[in-house]
Design a protein around this ligand. Structure first.
Ligand code: ADP
Ligand code: ZN
Length: 288
């Protein structure tokens, strides 16, 4: 059975066709422009296949409440032209098939729980540290929604005593995204992360902030696996630094062997490489 998947991002729309086992047969990427022309490209692509369901992992914020009149909409996004855009309705109308819908990061954690690093577990989180910080949460065998959906990239962090940078988030300044996302690194140090590879102090501070956030996620969600990725984590030396810092900050408080004895298997990169988002979108389609 063919299932469509869309990883809908602010800069590009990855569309793929796969099966219910997560095998991808074909994929394409379209630049994200205004909704009308972007949807025309995507609908044209999926018309070439006999898809039976479609899943969409989307940049947010989103309305995921099935009782709401605006279910399936992107809501109050700053992305010009996309505010209150009915993305689910557009594809339902075009294809008349079930459409699954969730945040991009919830899609990614679902992909990893189904086929990747958290396969078979009841709980996991997926953290992306890139242009922003997003956190997908899978708990008790399902994706976490609530009043809206988790926005755990915006938890407030304590600034390091030696960090003079106040934080970049326009809403909260020193939240996780404001202190640790790629644009915050660039604003603090005056260069992009990729040009700061040899500056140890950059990555020590970065690990300190990522670890603070992870400590809070461990305390609040108690995930069985933490999957960490995004452009900034291409500095792979951050992984051991973050793990050590998480242990130091927790200070023995959560005394589980996964943290105390084998944290290298607890805080990991995705097993699906660059594909957790698109494979998770296909899984959202399977579950729709
Ligand atoms: P997005 O979050 O937009 O989906 P990415 O996950 O690729 O995209 O994240 C982009 C951010 O990651 C940018 O701020 C960029 O500077 C940063 N970044 C990309 N590669 C690296 C790298 N090798 N080292 C440090 N930062 C990087
Ligand atoms: Zn914020």
């Amino acid at each position: 059975m063919l299932i469509g998947g869309i990883e809908a991002g602010g800069t590009k729309m990855i569309c793929a066709v796969g099966d219910e086992n997560g095998n991808i047969m074909d994929r394409v990427s379209f630049p994200t422009r205004q909704p009308k022309e972007t949807f025309e490209d995507m609908i044209g692509y999926f018309r070439k296949w006999e898809i039976k369901a479609l899943g969409i992992g989307c940049f947010g914020p989103l309305d995921l409440d099935k009782r709401s009149k605006t279910y399936g909409y992107i809501t109050k996004t700053p992305k010009a032209g996309w505010e209150y855009c009915n993305i689910v309705g557009t594809f339902k109308e075009a294809f008349g098939i079930p459409v699954g819908f969730d945040t991009d990061v919830n899609g990614a954690v679902l992909g990893e729980v189904t086929w990747g690093a958290a396969k078979g577990l009841d709980s996991a989180i997926y953290i992306t540290v890139g242009t922003g910080v997003g956190v997908g949460v899978y708990l008790n065998g399902g994706l976490l929604h609530g009043l809206v959906h988790p926005e755990a990239g915006h938890i407030l962090l304590s600034r390091h005593p030696a960090d003079p940078y106040e934080g970049k988030c326009p809403f909260h300044k020193n939240c996780m995204e404001g202190l640790a996302a790629g644009p915050a690194i660039e604003a603090r140090w005056g260069k992009k992360g990729v040009e700061l590879t040899d500056r140890d102090e950059v990555w020590e501070l970065e690990a300190y902030y990522i670890a603070q956030a992870i400590m809070d996620y461990i305390l609040v969600y108690s995930p069985q696996k933490i999957i960490l990725w995004g452009g900034v984590m291409h500095q792979e030396k951050l992984f051991p630094m973050v793990r050590e810092e998480v242990k130091r900050l927790l200070n023995g408080y959560v005394s589980h062997e996964a943290i105390l004895d084998s944290i290298e298997d607890y805080i990991v990169s995705p097993a699906l490489g660059e594909d957790p988002g698109i494979k998770g979108a296909i899984r959202l389609g399977v579950l729709a």
